[in-house]
Design a protein around this ligand. Structure first.
Ligand code: IYR
Length: 239
């Protein structure tokens, strides 16, 4: 990944060890004739733009292999030094879902009642959210995404990870796109704070909860906010 530069501890000349690199020919790349590229880009856009965050999930199971392949797709995301600083905990156990719901609703009650600044609540108002999170128990899958802030060697020493948030954000994006492609709906839920996920899911302090992804099918009566995305001219420029 080449996103900016992150300073590290100082070093003297010649102190970087020469690691033998192993390279293989690129055989997986595919190019398409321009007309086909144009069509593919259009097709992908028209498919991904159908994706909506939903908050009403049907109590309907999803084959586990679908989730597994979507997680494999997420795991192909680029990451700082290819250290893949993510961990996914896939929750289907009703008891664990209940614990997550109870803890999330406890935080959200405090968030909506007192913690959130008025400006934040105003920004959220059009989404119609509140502290009630029944979908945390109804949806067939909750995927808790953790960012591994550092790695740990067998001897307990730490392995520095680079661009952790960028890397995990990319993997989460791949996952959401893969789930959508498979025909599933998602909600990117970020109860604040999310520290309770470490306790409920028994994850170490080296891991920071990044996102709780709710996955499943929309109920037939699902309604979504009437919102739109910014047009290209507002989000990008060509120079
Ligand atoms: N975490 C809260 C509030 C919330 C915050 C943002 I930023 C959103 O885009 C949506 C909701 C909740 O889930 O209700």
């Amino acid at each position: 990944m080449e996103i900016g530069w992150e300073g590290s501890s100082s070093r003297t000349e010649g102190s970087v060890p020469a690691v033998p690199s192993s390279f293989v020919p690129l055989t997986s790349y595919r190019s398409y004739p321009e007309e086909e590229m144009i069509r593919r880009a259009q097709d992908f856009y028209s498919d991904i733009k159908r994706r909506r965050t939903i908050r009403t999930f049907a109590d309907r199971s999803v084959p586990r292999e679908v989730i597994e392949d979507c997680l494999r797709a997420a795991g192909t995301a680029p990451s700082g030094a290819n250290l893949q600083p993510w961990h996914f905990v896939v929750v289907t156990d009703p008891n664990v879902k209940q614990q997550i719901r109870e803890a999330a609703e406890r935080e959200e009650r405090a968030f909506y009642a007192e913690r959130a600044p008025v400006e934040w609540l105003e920004a959220l108002a059009h989404l119609g959210t509140d502290e009630h999170k029944p979908y945390l128990e109804t949806a067939p899958y909750l995927i808790a995404i953790f960012a591994k802030r550092y790695g740990e060697r067998e001897d307990g020493s730490r392995v520095t990870h680079y661009y952790v948030n960028e890397s995990v954000g990319l993997a989460a994006g791949f996952l959401i796109a893969a789930l959508h492609h498979a025909g599933l709906a998602t909600l990117t839920h970020t109860p604040s704070p999310m520290g309770f996920l470490n306790e409920v899911l028994d994850r170490p302090a080296s891991e920071k909860p990044f996102l709780l992804l709710v996955v499943g099918y929309p109920t037939p009566d699902t309604r979504v906010p009437d919102i739109s995305k910014k047009p290209l001219a507002e989000i990008a420029e060509f120079r």
